[in-house]
Design a protein around this ligand. Structure first.
Ligand SMILES: *Cc1c(COP(=O)(O)O)cnc(C)c1O
Length: 431
C-alpha cells in the first residue's frame, strides 16, 4: 500500500511510514494512491462470508504486499473478535451495533487493529514502542484496551481529573500490564499540550520510541471499512436492497471509512452524516462554505467537533467537488432536545435503548426516510456509557454488560500528575 498526502498528490510513502507518523508534515492526511476494487465474485458470495473473512479480504486488498496474507489473517482474527449484529427494527430500518468490543464503542475497531499492526511492523529488535495519548474519555478507553497486552508496546494515557465518566475512568485506569494512566490536574487541552510537548522534546525522543495513536491514522481507518461491508452482507442475507447508511459523525472518520468502502465498489445507495449542533459539515453541504467553529458541548459528546479532521479525506475521495459530494452524502444536525426525543421514541416504538450518538443517527434516518430503501443507522456506543443522559424509567432498563461488571471489581492504578510538563517528563524518564 502506497499513500499520498491530501496536500501533495505526488508524495508516495510506505504503509509503515504512514502508520508510525500518523500524518504528513504538510498537515494533510494520508490517502491510498490506489483504491482497490472489491471483486464481483466476492460480492456474489458475500452472504456466506463471516465478519472475519470480509475483514481479511478488505484489509489484504487495501494493504497489499506489505503484510503477507497469513500474518494479516492472524491480526484480523485477533483484533476483530466480537460480534457486529445488524438488528432489525422493522422492515425498512435496521441498526448496526458496533459496541460489542471491550470498550463498548466502535473505536475498538480502529484501536485494536492499529495496535496489532504497529506491533507487527515494529521490528522485534526495536525499542519498545511508547504510545502517548491525551483523552477526554472515549478514545483513551479504546486505546488502553486495544493495546492491552500487545507485545512490544507501552501506552501512557493522560486524562483530565474529574472530567471523564466513571466507566471511562475504570477503562483507563484498571488495566496495569503495559498501560499507564496519568490523572492530570487540568483540562483535556492541558493533557494534549503536554503530549505535544513530549513529542517535540529531544531528550525524550532519544530515550524512547514515541508514537501517537492518533485518530486520523490510516491503520484506524482501514478496519472501519470492514463493518460496512459486513452490514451489506447481512442486509443481503435478508434480501434487502438500496442500502442507505446513517452515521453519527464528529471527526468524520467513521463515515470516511464507509465512503472508502463505497469507492472500493460496495453497492450503497446513499450516505447520511448525522451531527449534533456542531454542524460544520451540514452547513457546508447546505451553503457551500466550509466554516470551522469552536466546539459546543452536547449530550452526544464524542461528536463535539467543530472542525472535523477527516473531512479533507472525504473531499479528496470526491475530487474536492461539492456537487459530487452532495450526490452521495446528505447531512443533518440535531439539538440535545431532539436527541432526548429520539431516545424516547426509539424506546416507545421499538423497545430499543440507544446511546445519544446513535439517537442522533436515528433522527437523521427518519428525516431521510424512503420506503424503497433499506436504511441502516450505526450504533456507536453502548448506552451504559452515558447513563446520566437517560430519564429514570430508561436508566433502570439499561443492561450492564459483563465487561463493565468485571471492571468495577478492579482497582484504579492511576498516578496523579500536576499540570506541568516537567513533572510529566520526570515520570517518563524515571519509569
Ligand atoms: C468517536 C465517536 C463518534 C464520532 O465518530 P467520528 O469518526 O469521529 O465521526 C460517534 N459516537 C461515538 C460513541 C464515538 O465514540
Amino acid at each position: 500500500m502506497k499513500l499520498y498526502s491530501t496536500n501533495n498528490k505526488s508524495l508516495k510513502i510506505s504503509f509503515k511510514e504512514a502508520v508510525f507518523n500518523s500524518f504528513p508534515t504538510d498537515k494533510g492526511l494520508y490517502m491510498p494512491v490506489k483504491i482497490p476494487q472489491i471483486s464481483e465474485e466476492f460480492l456474489q458470495n458475500i452472504t456466506k462470508c463471516s465478519l472475519q473473512e470480509i475483514a481479511l479480504e478488505a484489509a489484504s486488498s487495501l494493504i497489499g504486499e506489505d503484510i503477507p496474507k497469513q500474518d494479516l489473517k492472524n491480526i484480523v482474527e485477533d483484533a476483530i473478535n466480537f460480534e457486529v449484529p445488524l438488528v432489525s427494527l422493522y422492515d425498512q430500518l435496521g441498526v448496526l451495533e458496533l459496541f460489542h468490543g471491550p470498550s463498548l464503542a466502535f473505536k475498538d475497531f480502529g484501536a485494536r487493529f492499529m495496535s496489532r499492526i504497529m506491533s507487527y511492523l515494529s521490528n522485534s529488535k526495536d525499542k519498545t514502542l511508547d504510545i502517548l495519548v491525551a483523552t477526554s474519555g472515549d478514545t483513551g478507553g479504546a486505546v488502553a484496551l486495544g493495546f492491552l497486552g500487545v507485545k512490544g508496546t507501552r501506552v501512557t494515557i493522560l486524562y483530565p481529573k474529574g472530567k471523564v465518566s466513571e466507566i471511562q475512568k475504570q477503562q483507563l485506569t484498571t488495566n496495569g500490564q503495559n498501560i499507564r494512566a496519568l490523572e492530570v490536574e487540568g483540562t483535556f487541552d492541558d493533557c494534549q499540550a503536554m503530549v505535544k510537548e513530549a513529542f517535540n522534546d529531544a531528550e525524550l525522543n532519544s530515550r524512547f520510541r514515541l508514537t501517537s495513536a492518533n485518530s486520523i491514522n490510516i491503520a484506524r481507518l482501514i478496519p472501519q471499512t470492514f463493518y460496512y461491508i459486513y452490514a451489506y452482507a447481512q442486509a443481503k442475507r435478508n434480501n434487502k436492497n438500496n442500502i442507505v447508511f446513517v452515521v453519527p459523525s464528529g471527526n468524520f472518520g467513521n463515515i470516511g471509512a464507509g465512503l472508502l468502502a463505497y469507492k472500493m465498489g460496495l453497492p450503497v445507495k446513499h450516505f447520511i452524516a448525522a451531527t449534533n449542533v456542531n454542524d460544520t459539515v451540514p452547513q457546508y453541504l447546505k451553503k457551500g462554505l466550509y466554516t470551522p467553529k469552536p466546539s459546543i458541548q452536547t449530550l452526544s459528546n464524542a461528536m463535539d467537533v467543530g472542525n472535523p479532521s477527516n473531512w479533507v479525506r472525504i473531499m479528496d475521495l470526491f475530487d474536492n467537488n461539492i456537487e459530487n459530494i452532495r450526490k452521495t452524502i446528505s447531512a443533518y444536525s440535531y439539538t440535545d432536545e431532539d436527541t432526548l426525543i429520539g431516545i424516547n421514541e426509539l424506546y416507545e416504538k421499538y423497545k430499543y435503548i440507544a446511546c445519544p450518538h446513535t439517537a442522533v443517527a436515528y433522527l437523521a434516518a427518519k428525516n431521510h426516510f424512503n420506503p424503497l430503501n433499506y436504511t441502516i443507522f450505526l450504533s456507536t456506543a453502548h448506552p451504559c456509557k452515558f447513563i446520566d443522559v437517560y430519564p429514570k424509567n430508561l436508566k433502570d432498563k439499561i443492561e450492564i454488560p459483563e465487561q463493565v461488571k468485571q471492571l468495577e471489581k478492579k482497582k484504579s492504578l492511576a498516578h496523579s500528575l500536576k499540570n506541568n510538563f516537567s513533572d510529566f517528563k520526570d515520570f517518563l524518564l524515571s519509569n
